[in-house]
Design a protein around this ligand. Structure first.
Ligand SMILES: CC(C)(COP(=O)(O)OP(=O)(O)OC[C@H]1O[C@@H](n2cnc3c(N)ncnc32)[C@H](O)[C@@H]1OP(=O)(O)O)[C@@H](O)C(=O)NCCC(=O)NCCS
Length: 128
């Protein structure tokens, strides 16, 4: 399999309903919850790409462009954006989807870097 095919295959999607247990007092998705979901999707993407033990080493800037109202559906999409020697950078976007129409828009974007580690927790080369 080529690296491009591996990147394509490891693209990871997660849907969630924005119910009241994830919102703040503005009735929009709490930013910390969004970040946790993004890190999880990014981790799964990196792991599905490499099939190696991965740890988060850094999170790059996260842009919250639109508030995410309660009562909507969100889709998180993780995709490998950059491959280093032992590290991989994953971009995660969150889209808002209305429940009762096809309307959809991008709300949040961010990047997370993971390092592949061996059994001694030391960085190892990523198989590509
Ligand atoms: C991840 C870890 C093993 C890396 O060890 P390290 O000694 O810093 O590794 P190195 O300096 O050899 O760097 C390894 C790779 O990580 C990258 N890296 C290290 N720090 C980074 C940072 N802050 N941002 C982006 N990339 C970083 C390096 O560029 C290198 O990438 P490359 O091999 O693709 O060129 C170590 O920092 C660690 O264990 N951190 C804790 C991870 C963890 O517990 N995460 C869970 C969140 S609490």
């Amino acid at each position: 399999m080529t690296t491009e095919e591996k990147i394509e295959r490891s693209e990871t999607r997660l849907f969630k309903a924005v119910f009241p247990n994830t919102t703040n007092h503005y009735d929009t998705l709490f930013g910390g919850t969004a970040m946790q979901l993004m890190d999880e999707v990014a981790f799964i993407t990196a792991t599905r790409f490499s099939r190696q033990r991965m740890v988060t080493v850094s999170s790059d800037r996260i842009d919250f462009k639109k508030p995410i109202p309660g009562g909507t559906i969100i889709e998180l999409i993780g995709k490998v954006a950059y491959l280093g020697k032992t590290s991989v950078k994953v971009r995660v976007d969150i889209f808002i989807e209305q429940m009762y129409s096809e309307q959809r828009e991008k709300a949040v974007s961010g990047e997370f870097t993971f390092v592949a580690i061996d059994e001694h927790k030391k960085p190892v080369k990523i198989d590509r």
